[in-house]
Design a protein around this ligand. Structure first.
Ligand code: ADP
Ligand code: GLC
Length: 500
């Protein structure tokens, strides 16, 4: 199959979260299964041109109001995909939209004002890219709201034009799949932006764009794509009910025959304690000595006493409401303060995000000797935290899949998680009576539930060490490889193709 991934992020080129990991890892796995995969992302300013190859000739993209946007296209092979069937990555280079710091925003403008233009142009340019390459995909696979209107262009611009000419058009056989990674971000903008998209106003009113007078880009994609999915089975169910549907539960119920959940895998070349180059010594379930060394290195890195007997609880997270940071670090009510005050443990955090939260974390760390934090983004330290911690805390409000709990499990680090989304599909709650399970779970997102569940894990650490060791090994042998999930995507693509 010829598959085109349309995304705003892909590791190692541009990343703000798990979306970037998922797009690249899935593409690599599909290529290993023999499919021809290309990824297209914008060329942000942060992606240096020197390492890329320019495809000669400027490319024009027709937008609304007769505007023709001219862009350049660069390309590179996805690192680690080998020579035989490399995943090709294409970069749409358009200075006025992408020649700036930040993918979606900057510290002073958190959501760029021209995002509806930036990403609608990007989605439209994807089709021009295919023409330029004279390569037409069987499956156009779009990810999240920035790519969500690529399926809309396929349906209402490309296919409509082909129907009008009644000829075999370039995209006549192309089907579309839209993956929801996070329903909390939908790309909702003023409808004044709609003219630029170059689609008729009938499309605005009849095909999902219209949202209480505003323009909703994800919603339009959910109406138009041939197949929809999200990144775990449990989140797929949750999103069809009001509390998790972010006002789109009705649309998802309406499309439920075409909507499914496929659990993300993890990239075992990158996240695997047996081969990890970021940790001082690799390790496996058979010999955990490298994990003890990683714990020491982690304690040293964060300036904590190097004590093997104290449990280390790690966190690596975007500091945003989705991740339960209010309940954890909120001033006066967050549980971090009482956890560190009352329990014999060390708490370590790496993260960045909302300013109030970065500030509170700094303030807490200055008052508590057993809480240390680094604000910022650091790949190296994130691996060290996964390897060197004993527990990994994710008190998410909602979690479409979550990658860190899976990384934790394969690194022998026990997750402490809220029972939501993909966390339900990947973590099995500890049973004190039998010792079964792979982690610790709680239902309500409130400071006392976090406090009590961390307390439960710490109790088990000091009183049920045999259970802790058995749970570690159980987690480490779990198969979270992408191969299984990639095959499910192939099935989904097949369904989309057969239906046509
Ligand atoms: P989300 O995409 O919602 O943030 P995921 O668990 O799917 O959540 O993925 C988060 C990814 O981003 C993981 O690979 C995690 O290690 C990484 N990450 C998040 N914050 C940081 C940070 N400050 N430094 C390094 N990696 C980070
Ligand atoms: C989103 C979700 C996260 C998921 C990731 C990759 O960022 O918040 O739960 O793991 O996408 O699909």
């Amino acid at each position: 199959m010829k598959i085109l991934m349309v995304s705003s992020e892909a590791v190692p080129f541009a990343k703000t979260g798990g979306l970037a990991d998922m797009v690249s890892a899935l593409s690599i796995s599909l290529a290993k299964l023999g499919h021809e995969v290309k990824i297209v992302i914008p060329r942000y300013y942060s992606i240096g041109r020197d390492a890329l190859k320019l495809i000669p000739g400027a490319m024009g993209t027709p937008m609304g109001g007769g505007i023709e946007e001219w862009s350049a296209v660069f390309t590179a092979d996805m690192p680690g995909t080998g020579k035989k069937n490399p995943v090709k990555v294409y970069f749409i280079d358009h200075e006025i939209f992408f020649g700036r710091d930040g993918i979606y925003g900057s510290p002073i403008e958190t959501d760029f004002m021209d995002n509806p233009r930036r990403f609608s142009f990007f989605c439209r340019a994807v089709f021009q890219l295919c023409r330029k390459l004279n390569w037409y995909p069987d499956v156009l696979h779009a990810h999240d709201w920035p790519a969500a209107i690529a399926p809309v262009y396929l349906k209402f611009a490309e296919r409509a034009a082909e129907r009008a000419k009644d000829s075999d058009g370039d995209f006549k056989k192309t089907v579309s799949v839209l993956t929801i990674h996070n329903l909390g971000y939908q790309g909702i903008y003023h409808k004044d932006n709609f003219d630029y998209l170059g689609l008729g106003w009938d499309v605005f009113y009849n095909s999902g764009f219209e949202d209480w007078g505003m323009m909703n880009m994800l919603k339009a994609g959910l109406y138009s794509a041939d197949k929809l999915n999200t990144v775990s089975p449990h989140y797929a169910e949750e999103t069809k009910i009001q509390v998790h549907g972010f006002r789109l539960d009705g649309v998802l119920r309406y499309r439920s025959a075409d909507y499914t959940g496929i659990l993300n895998g993890i990239d075992s070349g990158l996240w695997n304690p047996a081969v990890d180059t970021y940790i001082p010594q690799t390790y496996t379930a058979k010999d955990l000595s490298g994990k003890a060394i990683a714990k020491q290195a982690l304690q040293k890195e964060f300036g904590l006493p190097q004590d093997a007997t104290v449990p280390v609880i790690g966190m690596v997270t975007r500091l945003t409401d989705q991740k339960g940071v209010g309940e954890m670090f909120g001033p006066t009510y967050g549980s971090a303060w009482s956890i560190c005050r009352d329990m014999n443990l060390q708490l370590i955090l790496l993260g960045s995000g909302e300013h109030w939260c970065e500030h509170e974390i700094g303030s807490l760390a200055s008052r508590l000797s057993n809480f240390k934090a680094k604000i910022g983004y650091n790949e190296n330290i994130s691996h060290l935290i996964e390897a060197g911690s004993d527990f990994f805390l994710m008190p998410s409000r909602y979690e479409p899949c979550g990658l860190n709990q899976m990384y934790s499990l394969v690194y022998g680090t026990l997750p402490i998680v809220r029972r939501t989304g993909g966390l339900v599909d990947t973590v099995e709650n500890y049973n004190e009576a039998t010792g079964s399970g792979t982690g610790f779970m709680f239902d309500e997102l409130d400071p006392s539930s976090i406090y009590n569940t961390v307390g439960w894990a710490v109790w088990a650490w000091y009183n049920r060490r045999d259970h802790i060791e058995a749970m570690r090994l159980r987690g480490m042998t779990h198969d979270f490889s992408w191969e299984k999930s990639a095959k499910k995507y192939v099935d989904l693509y097949d369904e989309a193709l057969n239906r046509k």
